[in-house]
Design a protein around this ligand. Sequence first.
Ligand code: SF4
Length: 386
Amino acid sequence: MYDSIVMFQHFSRMIRCAAMAVPSVRDPDGIAPLLAKSLTGERLSRDDGLRLLASNDIVALGAAAHTLKQRRSADRIFFNSNCHLNLTNICMARCGLCAFSCDAHDARAYCMDQKAAIEHVRAAGSGITEIHMVSGLHPEKPFSYYCDMVVCLHREFPHVHIKAFTAAEIHYFSQIAGISLNQVLGSLKDAGLGSLPGGGAEILNDRIRTVICPHKASSAEWLAVMRAAHELGLKSNATLLFGHIETAEDVIDHLLGLRSLQDETGGFQAFIPLPFHPENTMFADRICSRPGAVEILRMISVSRLMLDNFEHVKAYWIMTGLPTAQLALVFGADDIDGTVREEKITHAAGAETATGLDRDALAALIRRSGSSPVERDSLYREVRQY
Ligand code: SF4
């Protein structure tokens, strides 16, 4: 931990110095003109993105991304008080990338009823402002199970925002109920759904999806869910899963697809790049390690530079680890996610992070990065400054 803090302080100093002098005179990868282009507000192209992603000059990348982050959020770093709720791990899709899901007859299988879900949320305490709920695609539960769950949680916790369902789940509900995306989303919104978390995107490339998650929504279907949600007034986030079998081209095309939809709808709040954890997945033998700190920080920085129409970039501490999440706050991220309470999905894939943190611990981590911790609600309104 001491090493991490020293490393953080060292990088943080470098980034802050470099941020005052971008473009730098030392430009081994020739990316200074691209960073200058981004800092003057010009949109980066696909080719620009590929060159940035190929660069090892992460200090220069981080400095430019940090400057862009400062323009949007100044010294503020956001977090929230949330509680994760996974109704079931029984899933018909059984994606190769997933260590969380199982079949109904597996010893690990569970499926919560309304009473269990209420108890889980109640145990998180009265201070939470958000329920983050994503689950397996249960082969037997009807759409009404999910809709009634939202009704029940909204009734029990009327002041808590319900951010729930990946686009893959919404697409699945549309299939099992035989109704349109608009009808699914409209019913859930009427039931009390506040926003969508943005998961299930993985890589928006069907050549990759047929290998890592062949039985869930395609790229076009994921984007269609998001477009429909935004048109109904439901905000969402957008994720990217990296560090598996994707190429640099796949990553940049994913970012361009999101940027294009954001131009259209303006409905995305935050972009969340997620480093793949291979342990206990079907890729455990093929992919022997997770993305390291340099790869994560480069992805955070390039995301901030490419996604010029996204307000927030999040370092999800559960998946990056705390030291790297803290470093990401000077590499373009302005959000570190929330208290979480009890994370199951990434921990099934071997995450060593805590399964939850309290607000003071998150605020202290942010403050030690030289930034101002701001507790937000699910729509990025300030709840409290620390
Ligand atoms: S990633 Fe989601 S859809 Fe895929 S198997 Fe896991 S729970 Fe099911």
